[in-house]
Design a protein around this ligand. Structure first.
Ligand code: FAD
Ligand code: UDP
Length: 370
């Protein structure tokens, strides 16, 4: 007899959804988390009345009503719509790439004029079947936008030439021939009023959670405690890196409280798209919740090379790493008592709604006979 039905490694979104659903079904769960807080990367901390997104801007968006209804049971969401601004050497452009951007760049006023320019630039580049991020970007929006708004940002974000990055990364961004600065195409979007941490607190309300507990420091004792493991850490670490180390891109966040400054940049997110500015974006947290506080808090996001031991933020889904991941995935698929889930264990560039979706699928499969 085991003390717990499930040992859940990681108190991020995946682990928390699983723990909540399993507990609801009468299962006994233990969550272990190596950080000193719950929530993983969606963690927000209230500082001077402002909910600070401690691991970068998090905007919830989904097209799936089931997932939207699901998160809404844990918090009320506001009507925030992400409309980041790009600052290229002091010039300001709207994102994502839409008629406002095209007007600001080329002075064109109609979709037809904009499409003509993009098509001309695409033709001049000679790209037919885009094979990497650079080719994909140029074929979607042309050379001018690529040079000013994509190349510099992308190469500092990923620390690699855009020609060696997978094309799918740039397809995250909409390209629109209407005047619409909404960064996402999804039907539902917003920020939980009061921060994301509240959502996770509710999910884990009736669950035993041990913070500051690294699974690998206590692996034997922990594995002996539960019937099954739900693992949301790095998959290569689980297998002691036997097929090699999966690479990530890391980040450094520099947060500043600006006393007496009510409104620093007039927008929640400003991207710095030139190569020279060392950070990729500045976020001003109060704007996520339409804050009217007297002070403000900003965070600069600096991309950084990742080495084992650093926080892994973005999986590098290039061919080399995907090949290594395949081998780990094969091993994982043979496990009877370990479930792998979330961004790190599946080595996927997942947004929050995708993580919730996959956690709910896992739950459905796991409890299908009950
Ligand atoms: P994580 O949040 O990484 O949780 C895993 C947890 O496991 C962590 O808390 C970790 O400490 C813990 N853990 C790992 N190893 C161990 C171990 N050995 N022992 C114990 N605990 C361990 N998504 C959106 O939808 N919208 C956005 O705007 C958005 N913006 C983002 C911005 C940034 C900068 C980043 C990095 C991500 C963003 N995301 C966004 C993605 C979002 O953060 C993730 O989809 C989500 O947080 C992933 O949840 P997870 O549970 O899979 O992983
Ligand atoms: N990107 C860019 N310029 C921008 C914003 C994004 O070139 O102003 C590219 C960059 O390669 C980035 C990718 O588009 O990694 C995806 O952007 P997104 O905003 O979705 O990144 P995330 O919020 O996940 O870091």
């Amino acid at each position: 007899m085991y003390k717990y039905d499930y040992l859940i490694v990681g108190a991020g979104l995946f682990g928390s959804v699983f723990a909540y659903e399993a507990t609801k079904r009468g299962k006994k769960c233990l969550v272990v988390e190596k950080r000193n807080h719950i929530g993983g990367n969606v963690f927000t901390e209230n500082i001077e009345g402002i909910n600070v997104h401690k691991y970068g801007a998090h905007i919830f968006h989904t097209n799936d009503k089931t997932i939207w209804d699901y998160v809404n049971q844990f918090a009320e969401f506001n009507r925030f719509t992400n409309s980041p601004i790009a600052n290229y050497k002091g010039e300001i452009y709207n994102l994502p790439f839409n008629m406002n951007t095209f007007y600001q760049l080329w002075g064109v006023r109609t979709p037809e004029e904009a499409k003509k320019i993009i098509e001309k630039q695409r033709k001049e580049s000679g790209i037919e079947n885009p094979k990497n991020l650079e080719e994909q970007a140029i074929s979607l929006v042309g050379k001018d936008i690529y040079e000013k708004l994509i190349k510099g940002y992308t190469e500092k974000q990923w620390g690699r030439p855009a020609t060696s990055l997978p094309a799918f990364i740039i397809k995250r961004l909409p390209v629109r021939f209407i005047y619409d600065n909404n960064y996402f195409n999804d039907k539902y979007q917003g920020i939980p009023i009061g921060g994301y941490t509240k959502i996770i607190e509710k999910m884990l309300e009736n669950v035993e959670v041990h913070l500051n507990t690294d699974f690998f420091k206590h692996r034997r004792e922990l594995e002996a405690l539960a019937n099954k493991i739900v693992y949301t850490g790095m998959i290569d670490q689980f297998y002691d890196y036997k097929f090699g180390v999966l690479e990530y891109r890391s980040l450094r966040f520099e947060t500043e409280v600006l006393k007496g400054v009510e409104n620093y940049q007039g927008n929640a997110v400003v991207n710095y798209t030139d190569r020279e500015t060392p950070y990729t974006r500045i976020i001003e947290h109060k704007h996520f919740e339409f804050g009217t506080q007297k002070d403000t808090i900003i965070t600069r996001e600096y991309p950084k090379e990742w080495k084992p031991g650093d926080e892994p933020y973005y999986p590098i889904n290039d061919d080399k790493n995907n090949e290594i991941y395949k081998k780990y995935k094969e091993l994982a698929s043979q496990e009877k008592n370990v479930i792998f889930g979330g961004r790190l264990a599946t080595y996927k560039y997942y947004d929050m709604h995708q993580v919730i979706g996959s956690a709910l699928k896992t739950v459905e499969k796991e409890f299908k006979d009950e």
